[in-house]
Design a protein around this ligand. Structure first.
Ligand code: NAD
Length: 482
């Protein structure tokens, strides 16, 4: 730990305070937790200089050594899971149990990246008389990882793990709402050893556009991996200018869940409630539209309402809390806009539907009651815009084809959920759903061994699976005459 707690810039192996700072607050109480360094273009360029210097030696470091560094980092994250989870809850607001799960999932992701480091194999082609052809996979070079506040550990670790495994130096830029957990993870990974100066760097900033803009204008940056909103992701793509570079985008979603009449209804209700209300609905794969077959609609909604009634709002660190605050009041305004519009257009509020007023006066953050709206239709704002809050609209459908057509009627394509038991029926839906990730009778479809990412306006490239490391590798063909 550095003497100065605002020394949150890791540049060329040294923790620096920067020339300015910004505040980080607990979203449940609005209490200021810390001040962190506010990097600008100068620090960004210094980090890129160091990354550029580190790129050659790091790509020549044996893959086994890179893997060992990642495995050591994963072990330290496991050892410190409790304080890391508490830190995440304090600045993000999610319940402690969810934060703990995310920290442990982050360690698993680093372990997966370590395994993949040794499997970035090329191939030999025997076709030509002159000699063999080689297909090499080489690290793309210095990378920038821009991460969001809603999964501030797992999104960061996925990018860092895969970049380092592939042999790329990486500069991390955590979200301004959650720089503490991002910085702490970088510190742990760096202190685990095996990473020379400049290989892993971190820039906390309240001016993401200035920092990213400086780096993106420089052709030495060879890769950008972004997770966040579709609007910012598209702006990064547009700002490429004259320098093409590899770009991974993990952006917004508008996940449908389909419940067929042969589903295990109690299990499906539990899974849908978890997929909607985890992280107070602020998840890119949160269910944003729930399609229920009309013949089981009322029975299913009753089961769902039981699950919702059991949710407990509160500070994420308080015993028994299952739903924390929204990250800020802008998020709350959007939620209210969606609910007001849906009700105006004929939806009924079956649960929630308003801000939550806690007994504890210290909880001044943006809390909203877990909400279920029935009688939703496809024209409502909530049917096309990502809500990013604890509101679940329910739509009745009659036949399977109709459900899939309506589920697909979105510009997004990140995740979809199907609940049913007849395999052929489930398979027909899975086959036709236009989403990068499909969950079958499952609440949380994220596993290190599965590629994660979206179709359409939800993104480009994948993280995880054997595809994940590809995003940090270039393909080089060698034609040999021997
Ligand atoms: P956001 O786009 O506002 O911010 C994400 C990151 O981008 C932050 O680090 C932020 O500082 C940075 N940023 C903001 N403006 C920038 C700019 N002009 N140039 C460069 N960087 C900039 O998104 P958010 O509100 O933090 O996150 C919520 C969004 O992220 C939701 O839409 C959600 O669906 C999406 N998300 C997607 C995934 C996925 O894997 N597809 C995962 C988590 C979140």
């Amino acid at each position: 730990m550095p003497a100065d707690p605002s020394a949150t810039l890791l540049i060329d192996g040294v923790w620096e305070p920067g020339s300015a700072t910004f505040e980080v607050a607990d979203p449940a109480t609005l209490r200021v937790l810390a001040r962190v360094a506010d990097a600008g273009p100068e620090e960004a360029l210094a980090a890129l200089d160091a990354a550029d210097r580190a790129a050659g030696p790091w790509r020549r470091t044996p893959a086994e050594d890179r893997a060992n560094a990642l495995r050591a980092a994963a072990a330290r994250i496991r050892d410190r899971a409790e304080p890391l989870a508490a830190l995440m809850t304090s600045e993000n607001g999610k319940p402690l149990g969810e934060a703990r799960g995310e920290v442990l999932g982050s360690a698993r992701m680093l372990e997966w990246a370590a395994e993949e480091a040794r499997r970035a194999n090329g191939r030999v082609t025997p076709g030509a008389a002159a000699g063999p052809g080689l297909v090499l996979r080489v690290p793309v070079g210095p990378a920038l990882a821009i991460t969001p506040w809603n999964f501030p550990a797992s999104m960061l670790v996925r990018k860092v793990g895969l970049a380092l495994a592939a042999g790329c130096p990486v500069i991390v830029k955590p979200a301004e709402q959650t720089p503490l957990i991002g910085t702490e993870l970088v510190r742990i990974i760096a202190e685990a050893g095996g990473l020379p100066a400049g290989v892993l760097q971190s820039l906390t900033t309240s001016r993401p556009g200035d920092v990213a803009g400086t780096l993106l204008a420089d052709p030495r940056l060879r890769k950008v991996s972004f997770t966040g909103s579709t609007a910012v992701g598209l702006s990064l793509l547009r700002s490429t200018g004259d320098h093409l570079r590899r770009t991974s985008l993990e952006m917004g979603g508008h996940s449908p869940a389909i419940v067929f009449d042969d589903a295990d209804l109690p299990a499906a209700a539990a899974a849908v409630a978890a997929a909607k209300f985890a992280n107070a609905g602020q998840s890119c794969i949160a269910v944003n539209r729930l399609f229920v077959q009309r013949s089981v609609h009322d029975e299913f909604v009753a089961l769902l309402l039981e699950k919702v009634a059991a949710l407990r709002l509160g500070h994420g660190s308080a015993e028994g809390t299952t739903v924390g605050p929204l990250i800020d009041f802008d998020g709350l305004d959007k939620v209210e806009r969606h609910v007001t519009d849906a009700v105006k257009r004929g939806a009924a509020v079956a649960a929630g539907g308003r801000r939550w007023t806690p007994d504890d006066p210290a909880l001044t953050g943006a809390f909203y009651e877990p909400t279920v709206l029935t009688g939703a239709d496809d024209a409502m704002l909530i049917s096309s815009e990502e809500t990013f809050g604890p509101v679940l609209p329910v739509y009745a459908f009659d036949d399977d084809e109709e459900a899939v057509d309506r589920a697909n009627a979105t510009d997004y394509g990140l995740a979809a959920y199907v609940h049913g038991s007849a395999l052929a029926r489930v398979w027909r839906a899975v086959d036709r759903l236009g989403f990068g990730v499909v969950a079958v009778n499952e609440a949380f479809p994220v596993r290190p061994e599965l590629p994660f990412g979206g179709m359409k306006n939800s993104g480009l490239e994948r993280e995880g699976g054997s595809e994940g490391i590809d995003a940090y590798l270039e393909t080089k063909s060698v034609a040999m005459r021997l």
